[in-house]
Design a protein around this ligand. Structure first.
Ligand code: P6P
Length: 335
């Protein structure tokens, strides 16, 4: 891998190589990266920046918003609204879409994000992150409306996340593999530190919130029971478990060393397909995982094939090492 390659140089060279990053998309990705740098600064300040704790408000999901949720959302909106590359944005923290104001030029892209995923970890200094997804505005539709966002995950033109942990790391795909950039705080630049990331097809590590076990349906219970049975059970090997409760951190670990992540449907709120959001959590993470040789389903169907009907739609998620995802998906009755 070449040394000292900045995000900008990588995007320019990728455009030359495979034409997947037109100028406006490159501008979008660089603006998102700059916004993530600002969010990282705010996160790193913590109590010193008076950014911890609750904002005493709720988001569209009915969840209490943390101060940093709102700060991160505002940083992304302000960084992206003036550049002329976007028509509109959608966020976990906003009920409806944010259309670029008339005082700015409108572009052809739609940006969706969870500005700060893993909020329950903010106040206890555990890794959190920003997840983003980029779609193209459908041709021909005058203006921009929420229905323009309702596209299957297979239509994404870019997806990524930035994890705010011991390092601040941006992980990105535009459809030709997955690359990772680590923030060099002295230069203030994201520098290429890994490319063509590959997830091992097999694993001995699963990530799930075990406290929900009694609420799962039979195929998921069977899969986890078999993992817990270890080498004396049907899997013939012992498994390890991790659950950070920040999807960004759990997915990053899986991209780095393999594993399987589950947030399955459960019977506590049977009308909800799952806890995680399809448009700005599951879709970007599923594309990254597939681009790294893994798989991602809702237990039955490929997540990237799901046709959304609502902006804040939820979905069950099984993703990671493809042989494990295939096994669990196989335990479900075929549709
Ligand atoms: P639980 C964070 O709130 C999140 O949306 C994901 O990042 C994470 O994987 C999940 O919820 C954690 O959920 O129920 O274990 O707290």
């Amino acid at each position: 891998m070449p040394k000292n390659v900045s995000l900008t140089r990588y995007l320019i060279e990728q455009q030359r190589a495979d034409g997947l990053i037109p100028g406006q998309l490159r501008l979008l990705l660089e603006v998102v990266a700059r916004a993530c740098k600002s969010i990282s600064q705010a996160v790193t300040k913590g109590a010193l920046g008076n950014v911890l704790g609750s904002a005493e408000s709720e988001n569209v999901q009915g969840e209490v918003q943390k101060k940093l949720d709102i700060i991160a959302n505002e940083v992304l909106i302000e960084a992206n609204e003036w550049g002329g590359h976007l028509a509109a944005m959608a966020s976990e923290e906003m009920d409806s879409i944010y259309v670029v104001p008339n005082r700015y030029p409108q572009g052809e892209y739609l940006l969706l994000f969870d500005p700060l995923d893993g909020s329950s970890n903010i106040d206890v200094n555990v890794s959190i992150g920003t997840i983003f997804s980029v779609l193209k505005k459908p041709e021909g539709s005058p203006g921009v409306q929420e229905s323009d966002f309702l596209q299957a995950g297979s239509k994404q033109v870019a997806a990524g996340y930035c994890i705010y942990g011991p390092q601040t790391t941006l992980v990105l795909t535009v459809g030709s593999g997955v690359a990772m950039f680590t923030l060099d705080r002295e230069q203030g630049s994201f520098m290429l530190t890994q490319e063509d990331i590959q997830i091992p097809a097999d694993t001995k590590e699963f990530a799930v919130n075990m406290s929900n076990m009694r609420h799962w349906d039979a195929p998921v219970k069977r899969y986890i029971d078999e993992c817990l049975a270890g080498k004396d059970g049907p899997r013939g090997k012992d498994f390890n478990m991790r659950w950070i409760a920040s999807m960004v951190a759990d997915v990053h670990r899986i991209l780095m060393r393999g594993g399987v992540f589950l947030y399955p449907w459960d019977k506590r709120e049977p009308e909800k397909a799952g806890k995680l959001r399809l448009m700005y959590e599951a879709n970007p993470m599923s594309w990254l995982v597939e681009q790294a040789g893994g798989a991602a389903t809702n237990g039955r169907q490929r997540i990237l094939d799901l046709e959304p009907t609502k902006l804040h739609e939820r979905v069950a998620v099984v993703l990671g090492s493809k042989n494990e995802v295939g096994r669990l998906t196989g335990y479900h009755e075929p549709l």
